[in-house]
Design a protein around this ligand. Structure first.
Ligand SMILES: NC(=O)c1ccc[n+]([C@@H]2O[C@H](COP(=O)([O-])OP(=O)(O)OC[C@H]3O[C@@H](n4cnc5c(N)ncnc54)[C@H](O)[C@@H]3O)[C@@H](O)[C@H]2O)c1
Length: 256
């Protein structure tokens, strides 16, 4: 622990498992006052309690839940320095298989939820006592750069998040708000999403590892390290960027 986030208040969505849980834990270790939110209440409470964070039940697709979470954060700490929009789902359906209800639900969570998070967070960040300095971190995916044919909705959602981030970054900068907004772009990372996929596709984890020239799959802690950097003052001049944490996956020509 080096107190890189000491004195900062953070919200991390989807904090009950995987990448979100790793970020909650690392942020707390770095001295942040962390609010972890999720739809999974038991797991979310346990992870938060272990990390020394506060858990709030939230469906990121629900605008009322965003108002509830930001109101609680503001009344408890009087500020918001970091928002990590991490909650996300996959549905694993191609353009031929996807039904409209699944399409809408995934986009509500993965894309609209991120927009609502940014909108609500900026309202609070603008009232921070020492000025607006704050950081929004959106968890995109390598599928915002290279499509997943088997999940058309997920691919569309993460591509949307990627450019949503840049629009927000430029808006804030041009409006004189010192609110940075960046994407983390994880490659295959060992979490529940991958374990579920591995039940359907045997050898999935080895295949995911082989996508990286490092021949390994990422861990939640790898993504959490990147989030600490973007949330910290070390990244004060970084906005609108895509921070690739993919073991070099997108760096390699598909033929090699
Ligand atoms: N694991 C990977 O390989 C990988 C790669 C690239 C990007 N990502 C992204 O990282 C993020 C985290 O994924 P993960 O791998 O840790 O998966 P995960 O399933 O372990 O965690 C996702 C969390 O989001 C929560 N969640 C789902 N719907 C929600 C909702 N409506 N409101 C609030 N919380 C909700 C879940 O309960 C869960 O705790 C996602 O946005 C995912 O798309 C993951």
């Amino acid at each position: 622990m080096t107190d890189r986030l000491k004195g900062k208040t953070a919200i991390v969505t989807g904090g009950a498992s995987g990448i979100g849980a790793a970020i909650v834990k690392r942020f707390a270790e770095e001295g942040a006052h962390v609010f972890s939110t999720d739809v999974q209440t038991d797991l979310g409470e346990n992870v938060a309690a272990e990390a020394g964070a506060i858990f709030v039940e939230q469906d990121v697709a629900n605008p009322d839940d965003w108002a509830k979470v930001t109101k609680q954060v503001q009344s408890d700490t009087g500020r918001l320095d970091i928002l990590v929009n991490n909650a996300g789902i996959v549905i694993g359906r191609s353009i031929e298989d996807v039904d409209l209800d699944s399409w809408h639900r995934l986009l509500e969570i993965n894309l609209t939820g991120v927009m609502l998070g940014c909108q609500n967070a900026i309202r609070v960040m603008k009232t921070n006592p020492e000025g607006t300095t704050a950081s929004i971190i959106n968890i995109a995916s390598t599928s915002a750069f290279a499509a997943l044919p088997g999940d058309v909705t997920y691919t569309a959602s993460k591509s949307g998040v990627r450019m949503l981030t840049k629009s927000i970054a430029v808006h804030c900068a041009q409006s004189g708000l010192d609110i940075r907004c960046n994407n983390i772009v994880p490659g295959a990372t060992h979490t529940a999403i991958i374990d579920e996929a591995a039940k359907v596709v045997p050898g999935m984890i080895d295949m995911a590892a082989a996508m990286s020239p490092m021949n390994k799959i990422g861990q939640g802690a790898d993504i959490a390290g990147a989030a600490v950097y973007l949330g910290s003052d070390d990244a004060a001049f970084v906005t609108g960027s895509d921070l690739l944490v993919d073991g070099g996956m997108l760096a390699v020509h598909p033929g090699y």
